[in-house]
Design a binder for this molecule. Structure first.
Ligand SMILES: [Zn+2]
Length: 164
């Protein structure tokens, strides 16, 4: 059987792999037409907001700079400013939509600090309610999430557009 020889394709595949370096956040950043299936809530100029598909709690999401850097120290002023603006915006939206009463906002820098993807900085935002667990479950499987990601994504995306 003849094999299809497609050197252009090899180059294409290599380029894609190089560009993403296996980074899930860079992949989501580049997949601009898959925002719904990737659960992207909002795209800014320097950063975007996406639901965590392994949530610690309902509405657990991440604010992520587009640039693949492993430390917030490497972000320039514009990127930091927008990153923080998006954090504040999405807190307002989460409060409105999910009626949460508090948040855990956190950045894990480095593998030793617990970063799941240490190569690309991301800020976790976890909504909290009175009476939910007082500790972070180690794995997502230990906690029952009452709303589907799809449902939460739609609610948050609609509200974000309405508010900002
Ligand atoms: Zn990346």
């Amino acid at each position: 059987m003849d094999k299809l020889w497609a050197p252009w394709r090899v180059k294409y595949v290599t380029t894609i792999v190089d560009k993403h370096k296996g980074c899930v956040f860079c992949r989501i950043k580049d997949e601009t037409r898959k925002d719904r299936s990737n659960y992207v809530i909002h795209r800014g100029q320097h950063a975007f907001i996406v639901l965590n598909i392994y949530p610690y709690n309902n509405g657990h999401l991440m604010v992520i700079p587009y640039r693949h850097v492993n430390d917030t120290a490497k972000l320039n002023r514009e990127e930091r400013t927008e990153l923080y603006d998006l954090i504040e915006n999405i807190k307002v939206v989460l409060k409105k939509v999910m009626k949460c009463q508090g948040f855990n906002v956190g950045i894990n820098l480095g593998k030793v600090a617990g970063a799941g993807f240490p190569g690309h900085v991301h800020v976790h935002i976890v909504p909290r309610w009175k009476g939910d667990v007082n500790f972070m479950p180690v794995t997502a499987q230990t906690k029952v999430i009452s709303q589907s990601l799809k449902e939460v994504h739609k609610l948050l995306t609609d509200e974000y557009k309405k508010t900002y």
